[in-house]
Design a binder for this molecule. Structure first.
Ligand code: FMN
Length: 184
């Protein structure tokens, strides 16, 4: 398939099963992720890769961090949080590490982190690896960031679930450009 067509056919998939991407595949995806546009070469992107046993540890972190935020959570809700990372054989946590810079405001560093995640998603798609970018309130939970060892000036920007796609593959819908693109 020509490269542009392949790029256009990227579609997030939420039913992801084993096998997890291999170490070599993750390294390949990271090569792309670390090639995002980046004002002043601040390299604001950080990634943590969870697979196998570490997904169980991540589930424990999800539950603990949520409980610190809301001590009323039921056993059932905590169990659901524990099993959340097990929805895929690999979860990559993407974060942004903010550096104070006279010419590069925080927002630009967030944008660069977003571009980096998109590069990761496109690389996964090229390698026929299913993926979805998720957030939810845990993304903004400071207790979780502490458990993950994030620095004070570092924040989570997404949980990237990866694996083999199960079920019907959806295709992207056609988008009418005139609604979004103005030629001047
Ligand atoms: C920053 C960000 C956070 C997202 N968080 C979630 C999420 O928590 N749950 C979810 O189902 N989709 C989430 N999405 C949307 C999916 O990643 C995906 O973009 C959407 O399902 C559309 O599919 P597509 O990427 O194939 O067009 C998020 C997207 C972005 C950019």
């Amino acid at each position: 398939m020509p490269v542009l067509e392949t790029l256009m056919s990227r579609k997030s998939h939420n039913k992801l099963v084993a096998p997890a991407p291999s170490k070599t595949q993750v390294e390949q995806m990271m090569k792309f992720a670390l090639r995002a546009p980046d004002h002043a070469s601040l390299k604001p992107w950080r990634y943590q890769v969870f697979t196998g046993q570490s997904l169980i540890q991540l589930g424990e972190f999800f539950a603990k961090a949520s409980q610190w935020e809301d001590s009323e959570l039921s056993f059932d809700e905590l169990d659901k949080l524990k099993s959340r990372p097990l929805r895929a054989p690999m979860v990559i946590i993407a974060s942004v590490f903010i550096t104070e810079h006279p010419k590069v405001p925080e927002i630009e560093q967030y944008l660069s982190a977003g571009a980096s995640v998109q590069n990761l998603l496109l690389a996964a798609h090229f390698m026929n690896i299913g993926a979805i970018w998720r957030t939810d309130s845990l993304c903004f939970n400071r207790h979780l960031m502490d458990l993950l060892g994030l620095k004070e000036n570092e924040s989570i920007v997404g949980f990237i679930y990866l694996g083999k796609e199960e079920g019907k593959k959806r295709l992207p819908k056609h988008v009418e450009q005139s609604e979004f693109v103005a030629w001047k």
